[in-house]
Design a protein around this ligand. Structure first.
Ligand code: 3PY
Ligand code: MG
Length: 264
């Protein structure tokens, strides 16, 4: 038995654009609902979404039946939590708040077994290794696992080239919301200075030879980041899609707003 091929990682390495959606409801049912919507990847959010190991596992299990590629965003840099996510079968991890090359190197080590890293061995308990049924899990994991680091602070921007140069970092995702806060514009990722910083960061990641990623729920802004060379884009959030659609429907019947259906 073999581990699944990590289509997300191979697509990034081949320079193919990946369009994705945030999953923030912590619900396998919702994950399955959007699994066939047409996105290339789905980001299960373990940083801000109310997820725990079991809700992440359940979402990975339902998504395994679909061609869409799941990526898990970690809560933090903790190697013990990273180990459990990998053992649960997450092939691609996105790690928030990376500000130095040393942090990126530590994350690479957290994802690798000795002698290249510090990941503990527990394949008998690991869905990832199909509970020891995968013949050579150790070398297959080395080949298929994908590490995306998030740069989302002024300090991270300063160290961008060193972070991107770390071997084992497959992609660098710019977080406009945290970057906006770090630049003194909390809640305003659309501020011109923030958009300029994001655009510059995308170009610098691409120039460093790594895949750049970014989020914008504004389709025009997301498209402009794509034109600059962002290879893995998040273009929406399931929670926002549901809340906004619910508001439009409610308003249509309660205040008359949206009665034209123009919001759709
Ligand atoms: C951010 O914008 O801060 C994110 O983490 C996601 O885009
Ligand atoms: Mg962020």
């Amino acid at each position: 038995m073999q581990i699944p091929r990590n289509g997300f990682r191979h697509a990034l390495l081949a320079g193919e654009r990946q369009i994705g959606l945030f999953l923030g409801t912590a619900s396998p049912y919702v994950a399955e609902m959007v699994a066939g919507a047409g996105f290339d990847w789905l980001l299960i959010d373990g940083e801000h979404g109310p997820n725990d190991l079991r809700t992440i596992l359940a979402q990975l299990q339902v998504l395994a039946a679909y061609p869409v590629r799941p990526v898990v965003r970690t809560l933090d840099h903790d190697p013990a939590r990273i180990k459990q996510l990998l053992d649960c079968g997450a092939l691609s991890l996105m790690v928030p708040m990376v500000e130095t090359a040393q942090q990126a190197q530590a994350l690479v080590r957290a994802m690798r077994y000795p002698p290249h890293g510090i990941r503990g061995v527990g394949t008998a308990m690991a869905r990832a290794a199909h509970w020891n049924a995968v013949g050579d899990y150790f070398s297959e994991a080395e080949r298929e696992l994908c590490l995306l680091v998030q740069i989302e602070s002024a300090a991270g921007l300063k160290a961008l080239e060193e972070i991107a140069a770390v071997t084992g970092v497959d992609g660098v995702f710019i977080g406009p919301s945290d970057l906006a806060a770090s630049m003194g514009h909390p809640g305003n990722p659309g501020h011109p200075d923030v958009k300029a910083a994001v655009a510059d960061a995308i170009c610098r990641v691409a120039a460093a030879g790594k895949a750049a990623g970014v989020f914008s729920a504004d389709p025009a802004v997301a498209a402009s980041y794509g034109e600059l060379g962002a290879r893995f884009l998040l273009v929406g959030v399931d929670t926002l899609l549901l809340r906004q659609a619910a508001e439009v429907l409610a308003a249509r019947f309660t205040h008359g707003a949206g009665a034209t259906g123009a919001a759709y």
